[in-house]
Design a binder for this molecule. Structure first.
Ligand code: SF4
Length: 266
């Protein structure tokens, strides 16, 4: 039988945050399109930088692949990919279409860069679990770590996150990727993120191959302890990539598409 070629779907992958997760890339059938060019990005430098929302891939193309899925056991269908999924103007329609035919929960992993836009928050509100990136707490740290496209401002991101929390009652996590450049910002980031009131804070460091070295387990434990101290009695759960969270055994339906979106495995 001829092997099915997948263009927009990848995984399922074992995720310390999502269990078994089937990825959907709603914007980049080819190279990475993103509003950031993070120093630690596992899929390399951003070739096309933009904050402009448009229909990059049709809902029909995504659904064509969803409808052809073999029997897979997954916890989440996750919009992520090699780029920023909220740049897809039709993200809301994709979520609705998938929800109509699949029983799994839907997650979106976003870099938060355009969360100040009401239509982006409306689309995210259609999902069950939103994972927001927050690696910086000032204009200079945003520029140094995430290297955003012109026009993205930290104050808009922070205001957008606060508004989104007020609008979204389902599970919300904030992920902080710590590298050498922002490890001294742990306290400031913890204080800031506590005000957003997520359900969970995920302390991460880039363990897959990329342009920077990950922090050590000792560094991450220290950072996690700082977050736990600052968030004590807030009800916010703090987890880290070095915690011994059991990863599920899953086999991707397409290894090349998975590596292109996630980088090489550790
Ligand atoms: S890590 Fe995510 S947000 Fe950062 S450049 Fe890569 S794809 Fe974009």
């Amino acid at each position: 039988m001829k092997k099915r070629k997948w263009k927009y779907i990848y995984g399922p992958v074992p995720s310390w945050r999502l269990g078994s997760s089937l990825g959907i890339d709603p914007i980049s059938g080819k190279g990475k399109i993103c509003s950031f060019d993070c120093v630690y990005c596992q899929v390399g430098r951003t070739k096309k930088m933009t904050a402009r929302r448009k229909n990059y891939v049709s809902v029909a193309n995504i659904m064509n692949e969803i409808n052809s899925l073999p029997k897979v056991s997954i916890d989440y269908i996750t919009f992520a990919g090699a780029g920023e999924p909220t740049l897809a103007k039709n993200l809301d329609k994709m979520i609705i279409a998938i929800r109509n035919i699949r029983k799994e929960k839907i997650a979106v992993i976003t870099n938060s860069s355009i969360i100040h836009l009401k239509e982006v928050r409306n689309a995210l509100c259609l999902s069950d679990f939103v994972l927001l990136k927050m690696d910086a707490c000032s204009e200079s740290s945003l520029k140094e770590i995430n290297r955003p496209v012109y026009g993205i401002k930290i104050k808009n991101i922070i205001n957008g996150l606060i508004k989104f929390r007020a609008e979204f009652s389902k599970k919300l996590a904030i992920q902080v990727m710590f590298v050498d450049k922002n490890k001294d910002l742990a306290k400031d980031l913890a204080v800031l993120i506590k005000t957003v009131k997520p359900d969970e804070i995920q302390i991460n460091t880039p363990l897959r191959p990329c342009a920077v070295t990950p922090l050590t387990k000792a560094d991450i434990v220290k950072i996690k302890n700082e977050f736990v101290r600052i968030c004590a009695h807030s009800g916010i759960k703090v987890i880290s990539v070095y915690d011994s969270i059991e990863k599920k055994e899953v086999k991707p339906i397409s290894s090349p598409q998975t590596i292109r979106r996630r980088g090489k495995p550790i």
